[in-house]
Design a protein around this ligand. Structure first.
Ligand code: SF4
Length: 326
C-alpha cells in the first residue's frame, strides 16, 4: 500500500538505575518491538490500557523520545538516525496533539503567537502579514474567530483550547498528526465536536492520524486500522472491521466486552480481567498476558506467541491461533 510511515521493531527502553553510582540494573521495556504502518491519508488507532506503552510509542515515532532500537521510516527516511538540524527541518511534517492542551501552551503568549510560533521556527507562511492571514484562516477552519488571536489560553474553554492546538498543528502543513487521547479530558458533548472536527479536517486536507486512545467507541468512529497494544507489544492489528467485529486475541476480546452496547441482542458477555497490568520492568514470562488471560494454557507460560496471519492485513499474537504444525 501507500505507506506514509513504517516502524520496524521499534524499541523504547528506559534504564532502571540503582545505588550511589546509578548502576543500570535492568530496563523498562515500554515499547518492545513495535512494527506498524500508517497509510497516507488514513487513521491508525493505537489502543490499550494506560501503561501499555502507546504514548511512549507515539513519542518514539515522533522522535520526542529517542528510540533505543528499530527504525521509523517516514517517506523513505529513517527518522531515528536524524539528529539536530536535520531532524528539526523535518519536524513540521509530523505534529502532536496532547490530551491536556493547556499544559502545552505558554500562558503568556496570545493565541495568534502560539499558532505562528511553529510557522516562524520552520520558515513557513511568508511574511508577517501573510502569516496573520494564514492564522485567521486556521482559526476559522477549527471553528474559532479571527478576533480570538489576541486572547490568552486561560480565556478559553477546554474544547476551544483543543481547537487552538489543532490550528497550531495544522499551521505547519503536517503529513502526520499524532493525537494522544485528544478528547479524553473533555465533556462528552465537546468530545464529539472535536472528533467531528478532526475527521472533517482530514477529509479536507488529506493528512494521516496516529490516534492514541483507550476508548474503542472513538476508534470505530474515526479509524481505518487498529493496533492493540499490551505491555509494549502489538497483540492484534487489522482493519477496524477485522479488529472490532472479528477480534481474535483474548485481550482484544476482553477490551471489547467492556464497551457498553445499546442494542440488547448484541450485548456481549463481559470478560473480567484478573489483576492489573503487570510492570513492563518485569513482564511475565511467555505471553505477557497469560496471568490475566481466561484462555491461557501451558504453551502461554513458556514462550511469547509468534505473529499469526489471520487474513489479508489481519494479524494477532496468540498461541490459540497458531495452526497445527505441518
Ligand atoms: Fe491467552 Fe495464551 Fe493467547 Fe496469551 S497466548 S493471549 S495467554 S491464550
Amino acid at each position: 500500500g501507500d505507506e506514509l510511515l513504517e516502524t520496524r521493531d521499534l524499541q523504547v527502553y528506559f534504564p532502571i538505575q540503582k545505588g550511589l553510582f546509578r548502576r543500570t540494573v535492568g530496563y523498562v521495556r515500554a515499547v518492545d518491538g513495535v512494527s506498524l504502518s500508517i497509510p497516507r491519508g488514513k487513521t491508525v488507532a493505537l489502543v490499550g490500557e494506560s501503561g501499555c506503552g502507546k504514548t511512549t510509542a507515539g513519542k518514539g515515532i515522533l522522535q520526542l523520545l529517542k528510540p533505543t532500537g528499530g527504525s521509523v521510516c517516514f517517506e523513505g527516511t529513517d527518522l531515528t538516525v536524524l539528529r539536530g538540524e536535520a531532524l528539526r527541518k523535518r519536524r513540521s511534517e509530523f505534529q502532536i496533539i496532547f490530551q491536556d492542551p493547556f499544559s502545552s501552551m505558554n500562558p503568556r503568549m496570545n493565541i495568534g503567537d502560539i499558532i505562528e510560533e511553529g510557522m516562524i521556527a520552520q520558515g513557513i507562511g511568508g511574511d508577517a502579514t501573510q502569516r496573520r492571514r494564514r492564522t485567521d484562516k486556521l482559526l476559522d477552519q477549527v471553528g474559532l474567530r479571527p478576533e480570538h488571536r489576541s486572547r490568552y489560553p486561560h480565556q478559553f474553554s477546554g474544547g476551544q483550547r483543543q481547537r487552538i492546538c489543532i490550528a497550531r498543528a495544522l499551521a505547519v502543513d503536517p503529513k502526520l498528526i499524532v493525537c494522544d487521547e485528544p478528547t479524553s479530558a473533555l465533556d462528552v458533548s465537546v468530545q464529539a465536536q472535536i472528533l467531528n472536527l478532526l475527521k472533517d479536517l482530514q477529509s479536507e486536507l488529506g493528512f494521516s492520524y496516529l490516534f492514541i486512545t483507550h476508548d474503542l467507541s472513538v476508534v470505530s468512529y474515526l479509524a481505518d486500522r487498529v493496533a492493540v497494544m499490551y505491555l509494549g507489544r502489538i497483540v492484534e492489528e487489522g482493519s477496524v472491521s477485522d479488529v472490532l467485529d472479528n477480534a481474535q486475541h483474548p485481550y482484544t476480546q476482553a477490551l471489547l466486552s467492556a464497551v457498553p452496547t445499546l442494542d440488547k441482542d448484541t450485548q456481549r458477555e463481559i470478560i473480567r480481567l484478573e489483576g492489573d497490568l503487570p510492570s513492563p520492568a518485569n513482564p511475565p514470562a511467555g505471553c505477557h498476558f497469560h496471568p490475566r488471560c481466561p484462555q491461557a494454557f501451558d504453551a502461554c507460560r513458556e514462550s511469547y506467541p509468534p505473529v499469526v496471519q489471520l487474513s489479508e492485513g489481519h494479524t494477532a499474537r496468540c498461541h490459540l491461533l497458531v495452526g497445527p504444525e505441518e
